[in-house]
Design a protein around this ligand. Structure first.
Ligand SMILES: [Zn+2]
Length: 488
C-alpha cells in the first residue's frame, strides 16, 4: 500500500455522522479514496506518501456540493444585477429561446469554462446543473477534474423548441456522457419545472426515466404560485400529486426550491425519499412579492428529507459563493421566522453531505471518511478574519469565502494548490469569456460595461421572445385561475 497524499496537523472537519472535528488531524488518500482520518501523530510529516501537505493552520473539509445551478450563461454576470423582475425575466426568456436554437454556443461554451474555473477556485467540487446545451458542460467539468451532474432542460410551454427534438437531444446527451470521465460526470433527466410543462411532457419524461433507471430526475418544484395552478390545469390535485400520478415522486427526484411546500407536501416528499435543493439567494434577490412564503427547510429536514444548497442562476445575483448560500439560508429564515432556525453544523452538512445525499452519492462523497472518494478542500485559516479561531462550524457557515480556499482535491487528484488552478488554462478562459461577451453585446445591443448594464430596448426583446409556448402557458394559467375561483 502506498499513500498518494497525506495531509497532517490540520484542523479536520469530517462532517461524518458524529460531526467529528480534529484540532490536529491527518487525512490519508490512496487511489482516489480516503484511507484514514485520525488525530495526527508525531511522525506524520515524514510519512511515506507521494505528496505530503503540511496542514498546519489549514482547515480540511469535504468539497462543497452545489446542489442546483445553471451554468451556461455565467459570462453574463453583471448583466441582470440592476434590472427589475419584469426586465430580467423577459430578457432571460428571449436569451433562453435563442440558446435552445444554438444561437449563442460561443457564449455558453465559455460559460461552462468560467463556471468550472470559479467554482473550482471557490471549493465547489460537485455541481448539479440544468442547462440547455449541456454537452460542453460535461466536457469542461470532466476535463477540469471536477464532478458534475448535467442534464438538458425539457419544457413544452417555456420555449418553442419542438418536443420531439428536445427528447432526442436529451437522449443523445445521456448516451454520450453518462458515467464518463472516470464516473465523475453523470447525466440527469431534467423536466424544467412544474409551471411550464404539460402532463404530456411529464409522462414522456417518466418513460425516459424508466429507460434509464440509474439517472436522477432533476427539476424545479413548488417554486412559484403558478406551480400548483399549472398542476391543476394538468388534471392533478397539485404539483406533487402530478409527479405521483406520472410515477416520478421517488428517491431519484431532486427538486430545487420547495418554497411553497405545505405540511402535506413535506410528508409526501419524505415518504417518497425525494430530495430538495434550497437556493436562498435567488429568492431573496428576485423577491416576487412582499409576503413571500419562505421555504420550510427546518421542517423538511426534521421530516427526514436531506436538503442541499445551490446558487441557482448565479449570474442573476453575481455570486460564485456557495459558502454564502449557507449564510443566506440562515439570514432569510431567521428574518422571515425567528432566530435560531439552524445550528451552524446543520448548514455545513447542507453544503456538503446533504448535497451529496440529494444527488444520490452520499455514500461516495460529502464527508471525510475512510472508503469515500477523496473530494477534499483546504482553507487557509491563518488570517485575521479567522482570528481567534473559535467555533469552526460557525466560521464556515457565516464567515468563510471562496478566496479562503487554497487547495482542491477531487477523486484524489490535486486540481488546485496554493491558490493556483492546475487543470485549466486560466488566462485563456478569461480571454475567451471577454471575447464572448463582446460578441454577445454587439449582436444583441445589450450594453454591458464597467459602468453597468442596459438590456436591449423592449421592442427588440419582444421580437426575439418565443411565442407559441409562453402564450399557451399564460393562457392556461389564466384559465385555471378562473376555474379555481369559480369552480364549475
Ligand atoms: Zn434553477
Amino acid at each position: 500500500m502506498t499513500t498518494d497524499i497525506a495531509i497532517h496537523d490540520a484542523y479536520v472537519l469530517t462532517v461524518d455522522d458524529r460531526n467529528r472535528l480534529y484540532d490536529r488531524g491527518t487525512v490519508l488518500i490512496e487511489d482516489g479514496r480516503i484511507t484514514e482520518v485520525r488525530p495526527s501523530r508525531d511522525g506524520d510529516p515524514d510519512i511515506a506518501a507521494g505528496r505530503v501537505i503540511d496542514g498546519e493552520k489549514k482547515l480540511v473539509m469535504p468539497g462543497l456540493v452545489n446542489a442546483h445551478t445553471h451554468l451556461e450563461l455565467t459570462p453574463l454576470i453583471g448583466a441582470f444585477s440592476d434590472l427589475d423582475l419584469v426586465e430580467m425575466t423577459s430578457g432571460m426568456t428571449a436569451i433562453f429561446g435563442n440558446i435552445a436554437e444554438g444561437e449563442y454556443d460561443y457564449l455558453t461554451k465559455v460559460g461552462y469554462e468560467l463556471a468550472a474555473l470559479n467554482f473550482l477556485a471557490g471549493g465547489v467540487t460537485t455541481v448539479n446543473s440544468m442547462d440547455v446545451r449541456p454537452s460542453a458542460g460535461a466536457e469542461t467539468f470532466g476535463a477540469a477534474g471536477l464532478r458534475g451532474f448535467f442534464g438538458m432542460a425539457l419544457s413544452d410551454l417555456f420555449w418553442d423548441v419542438p418536443v420531439d427534438e428536445q427528447f432526442e437531444r436529451a437522449r443523445e446527451f445521456i448516451d454520450e456522457y453518462h458515467d464518463t470521465y472516470d464516473g465523475r460526470i453523470h447525466a440527469t433527466i431534467c423536466p424544467h419545472d412544474d409551471w411550464s410543462c404539460t402532463r404530456n411532457l411529464w409522462e414522456r419524461t417518466a418513460r425516459l426515466a424508466a429507460e434509464y433507471p440509474d439517472l436522477l430526475v432533476h427539476t424545479h418544484l413548488l417554486e412559484l404560485e403558478a406551480s400548483n395552478t399549472m398542476a391543476r390545469s394538468n388534471g392533478a390535485e397539485d404539483s406533487l400529486g402530478l409527479l405521483n400520478d406520472v410515477g416520478l415522486l421517488d428517491d431519484r427526484l431532486v427538486a430545487a426550491h420547495f418554497r411553497l411546500a405545505d405540511d402535506e407536501d413535506i410528508q409526501r416528499t419524505a415518504d417518497a425519499d425525494a430530495w430538495v435543493a434550497h437556493c436562498p439567494s435567488i429568492f431573496c434577490y428576485w423577491n416576487t412579492g412582499d409576503d413571500v412564503q419562505w421555504t420550510p427547510v427546518p421542517e423538511l429536514r426534521s421530516a427526514g428529507v436531506d436538503v442541499g444548497l445551490g446558487v441557482d442562476d448565479h449570474y442573476w445575483h453575481d455570486s460564485y459563493n456557495l459558502f454564502g448560500e449557507a449564510r443566506q439560508a440562515r439570514l432569510a429564515a431567521n428574518l422571515k421566522r425567528s432566530a435560531g432556525q439552524y445550528h451552524s453544523m446543520e448548514l455545513v452538512r447542507m453544503l456538503t453531505i446533504e448535497g451529496a445525499q440529494a444527488l444520490g452519492v452520499g455514500d461516495e462523497i460529502g464527508s471525510l471518511e475512510p472508503g469515500k472518494q477523496a473530494d477534499v478542500i483546504l482553507l487557509d485559516v491563518d488570517s485575521p478574519k479567522f482570528t481567534p479561531l473559535t467555533n469552526i462550524p460557525a466560521q464556515v457557515a457565516n464567515n468563510a469565502a471562496p478566496a479562503d480556499v487554497e487547495a482542491v482535491i477531487v477523486d484524489g487528484d490535486v486540481l488546485m494548490e496554493e491558490g493556483e488552478v492546475g487543470t485549466m488554462d486560466v488566462n485563456a478562459v478569461r480571454e475567451r469569456a471577454e471575447w464572448a461577451v463582446e460578441r454577445f453585446t454587439s449582436e444583441t445591443d445589450w450594453e454591458l460595461g464597467i459602468g453597468g448594464s442596459e438590456p436591449p430596448k423592449k421592442m427588440a426583446v419582444a421580437r426575439d421572445l418565443p411565442k407559441r409556448g409562453p402564450a399557451q402557458l399564460l393562457g392556461r394559467l389564466a384559465f385555471q385561475s378562473v376555474r379555481d375561483r369559480f369552480p364549475f
